[in-house]
Design a protein around this ligand. Structure first.
Ligand code: HEM
Ligand SMILES: [Ca+2]
Ligand SMILES: [Mn+2]
Length: 336
């Protein structure tokens, strides 16, 4: 049968003509937001901070993945949990306006493109067509790193996520760094491989913490196992809590599982507060990521399997390759 694909710019085609403009957005953000196609972590943080402004029990909590963090930035970026998001909000706002797309669509699209640039990254579904009408989210919808596991699971449960899905969402912290929990060590990553969408975050958060990487103990921070690496208190606790530890451990030797779980849970998060049947599937515009170099994590140099605080009661911690040599400090990620 003949195909009826729409012709878009640059000789590209799409199954639906409304997807064509997203190729132009893609070209623009790869050049101007990701410096020629870098694994873009902060952009990806915004997908969460916008979408999680949503509650099954309280319609006033927010409209979910509706772009409100850009539309009502003067309210939402001043919430303590959103500290630092104003930079990326102000980078994205003019680009969304220039291309005539809604803020909600733009945030989810940019997040999906950003992680597709990471080695081993996921290819997240992208549905287009969110309205540009939104409402400001209420204070308290975004979890904070000093929150207890019970508080985080309750907040996330109220937005529709199970404890295992919270772990699946936290896969994003394999390509992430902090700037504001300890502002003296800008860009300190959550694992030793912040440009790789790999299991190292799940391995290294289970290593016994030994020192603070920066200016001592901070609210929301915890002892980390490697110099230069930052551990959020919440990540350290979720790695060890009986409600989440087995899902956490399941990723230490299974990069492919990480990708499939993340694609699934991100597709769910991206349509919080939306009716997906009114949106058009433009996933074909999202680039195909580079393949991962390994399916399994490793014990970083200077550490052994005995430094792992295994926390899943029903499954033994798997044997992982151990890198030999002295402890290597983790370099900061460059500012964007
Ligand atoms: C359970 C709840 C979570 C907590 C408590 C949490 C907390 C944090 C904190 C405190 C930072 C450092 C921010 C800074 O200092 O600049 C951070 C960074 C980040 N988070 Fe989360 N997070 C959570 C879940 C998520 C989810 C679900 C995603 C995405 C799906 C995500 C994506 C990111 C990314 C990409 C960064 C790095 C930002 C950058 O490089 O500037 N986080 N997170
Ligand atoms: Ca990583
Ligand atoms: Mn929102």
């Amino acid at each position: 049968a003949p195909s009826h694909r729409a012709t878009c710019s640059g000789g590209r085609t799409a199954s639906n003509a409304v997807c064509c403009k997203w190729f132009d957005v893609l070209d623009d953000i790869q050049a101007n937001l990701f410096d020629g196609g870098e694994c873009g972590e902060e952009v990806h943080e915004l997908t969460f901070h916008d979408a999680i402004g949503f509650s099954k029990s309280n319609p006033k909590a927010g409209g979910g993945a509706d772009g409100s963090i850009i539309a009502f930035s003067e309210i939402e970026t001043n919430f303590p949990a959103n500290l630092g998001t104003d930079d990326i909000v102000e980078q994205q706002r003019p680009l969304a306006i220039k291309h005539g797309v809604s803020f909600g669509d733009f945030i989810q699209f940019a997040g999906a493109v950003g992680v597709s640039n990471c080695v081993g990254g996921p290819r997240i579904q992208f549905l287009a067509g969110r309205s540009n009408v939104s409402v400001a989210a209420q204070l308290g919808t975004v979890p904070e790193p000093a929150d207890s596991v019970t508080k985080i699971l309750a907040r996330m449960g109220d937005a529709g996520f199970s404890p295992s899905e919270v772990v699946d969402l936290l896969i994003s912290h394999t390509v992430a760094a902090q700037d504001h929990v300890d502002p003296t060590i800008h860009g300190s990553p959550f694992d030793s491989t912040p440009s790789d969408f790999d299991p190292q975050f799940f391995v290294e958060t289970l290593l016994k913490g030994t020192a603070f990487p920066g200016n001592g103990s901070q609210t929301g921070g915890a002892l980390s196992p490697l110099p230069g690496e930052f551990r959020l208190a919440s990540d350290g606790l979720l790695a060890r809590d009986p409600r989440t530890a087995c899902e956490w451990q399941s990723f230490v030797n299974n990069q492919a599982l990480m990708v499939s779980r993340f694609e699934k849970v991100m597709a769910k998060m991206a349509v919080l507060g939306q009716n997906p049947r009114t949106l058009v599937d433009c996933s074909e515009v999202i680039p195909v990521p580079k393949k991962a170099t390994s399916n399994t994590g490793f014990i970083p140099s200077g550490k052994t399997l005995r430094d792992i605080e295994a926390s899943c009661k029903t499954k033994p911690f798997p044997k992982l390759p151990v890198v030999s040599g002295p402890i290597v400090p983790v370099p900061p990620v460059p500012p964007s």
